[in-house]
Design a protein around this ligand. Structure first.
Ligand code: NDP
Ligand SMILES: O=C1OC[C@@H](O)[C@H](O)[C@H]1O
Length: 397
């Protein structure tokens, strides 16, 4: 019962966060900096969860502008979400001198071009996951941000939640002995994405490994504190749209499984599926996201590591001490029980931009290695990497 009330409270606060007063110079304190102004590239579906709602409860963030390819679409989005400026075209937003930080919420294949252009315009960037289409592009993006002295953060938002950090602390404490194997699952039911979703478009950087698999690869590296040494095996099911035309190219993974070797005889596997069929042909399935870590002296299972604010558990079976369940909606650091992973992420980004030490941060190598292993799984599967950005290729010509 208490957990149901807790869930309802969290849901209410997520949907209706207390709007905080935005910081800035006041008669009593002229030195307080103005809030950071964010601009969103794309009237994207992820915008509200990824930035707009978290910004409401952050005193130092204002969502100032949105750009869409079509001005009317940007205006409608701006009106709906209370955003002051709307631009018809992404470059126009980058040319706005008031924008401090750009949120790149475009399809994966456009991350490279528009993040590079944003950095060129002198903006810090919160870039949606996965970083780009290839590791080469990813490295170039971080190198350029470094060169410009700007902050670039990939939106691996799940990494900022205290529950995930607690799961890792249990593994790192050694109470379960040496880690032997981790399995990371990211599965949603059939119909979760429509057939014309960007995730099913090869040219836009689609594929289920790109989309949900990037979390899984990032997670296995994080939980094991190691880089894989080899992709041992893969198997996949390709996406089949309804009424596929005869010339339809089956190059998009709807399901991807992969097994990796890690140093010290450890292994890892991932199971990603964007279309779990109904049970017995008609019973709908719940999304299944989480991971299981098998250790020498027990196992740890975390359910829902990607949206833990809604509900999660960390179940620990210690061969010597027995079993227990932990839930961490609020950690020892900053945050409220109802903070989504995106709100934690925004807190860290703003801390970084303001010169404060963020509680959690992701390194360049984190992003580069995640992309490297995505590409290696695609290579092993025979599906191949998503195409390099034309903007990247032009820069190398
Ligand atoms: N962090 C997270 O939890 C999540 C992250 N994501 C990531 O965010 C990004 C966007 O995903 P999502 O919001 O679901 O995507 P949408 O389908 O909403 O597309 C995002 C934007 O892409 C723009 N766009 C530009 N070119 C094209 C094109 N050729 N075809 C289609 N759209 C185009 C559209 O902009 P315009 O408005 O200009 O037309 C659209 O608003 C992806 O990288 C995805 O991986 C997605 C969901 C969750
Ligand atoms: O980033 C994401 O997180 C949740 C998933 O459902 C979605 O496909 C993905 O883009």
């Amino acid at each position: 019962m208490t957990s149901v009330i807790g869930l309802l409270k969290r849901l209410y606060n997520i949907a209706y966060p207390t709007e905080v007063r935005k910081s800035g110079p006041s008669p009593s304190n002229q030195s307080t900096p103005k809030p950071l102004k964010f601009g969103i590239l794309g009237a994207a579906r992820i915008g509200p969860a990824g930035l707009i709602i978290p910004a409401r409860s952050h005193p130092e963030v204002v969502v100032h502008a949105v750009a869409a390819r079509d001005l009317a679409r940007a205006q409608a989005y701006a009106a709906k979400h209370g955003i002051a400026k709307a631009y018809g075209g992404y470059q126009a937003l980058l040319d706005d001198p008031e924008v401090d930080v750009v949120y790149n919420a475009l399809p994966n294949a456009l991350h490279y071009e528009w993040t590079m252009k944003a950095l060129e315009a002198g903006k810090h960037v919160l870039n949606e996951k996965p970083t780009a289409d290839t590791a080469e592009e990813t490295r170039a993006m971080f190198d350029f941000a470094e060169k410009k002295g700007l902050v670039l953060l990939d939106a691996y938002h799940y990494r900022f939640h205290p529950a995930l950090k607690r799961a890792k602390a249990i593994i790192d404490s050694g109470e379960l002995g040496k880690l032997k194997h981790i399995t990371v699952n990211m599965m949603v039911y059939q119909g979760y994405f429509k057939d014309d979703d960007i995730r099913y478009d090869f040219e836009l950087g689609g594929g289920t490994l790109m989309d949900m698999g990037c979390y899984a690869i990032n997670c296995l590296r994080y939980m094991t504190s190691a880089e894989p040494t080899e992709v041992i095996a893969t198997s996949h099911v390709v996406f089949e749209p309804k009424n596929a035309p005869p010339d339809y190219v089956r190059n998009i993974d709807r399901r991807m499984e992969a097994t990796f070797a890690l140093p010290d005889d450890r292994t890892a596997s991932i199971v990603i599926d964007a279309g779990l069929p109904p049970m017995l042909g008609f019973i709908p399935r719940f999304p299944n996201t989480g991971f299981v870590v098998e250790c020498e002296r027990g196992r740890l299972e975390m359910l829902n590591h990607v949206i833990p604010t809604l509900y999660h558990y960390i179940s620990v079976k210690n061969d010597g001490l027995g079993a227990r369940v932990e839930k961490v909606y609020k950690g020892a650091g900053k945050g409220e029980e109802w903070w989504l992973t995106y709100r934690h992420q925004l807190e860290a980004l703003v801390d970084k931009l303001r010169g404060r030490e963020p509680e959690t941060w992701l390194t360049k190598e984190d992003s580069v290695q995640t992309m490297e292993w995505i590409e290696k799984v695609y290579a092993k599967s025979g599906l191949g990497s998503r195409p390099q950005s034309a903007y990247f290729l032009a820069s190398r010509a």
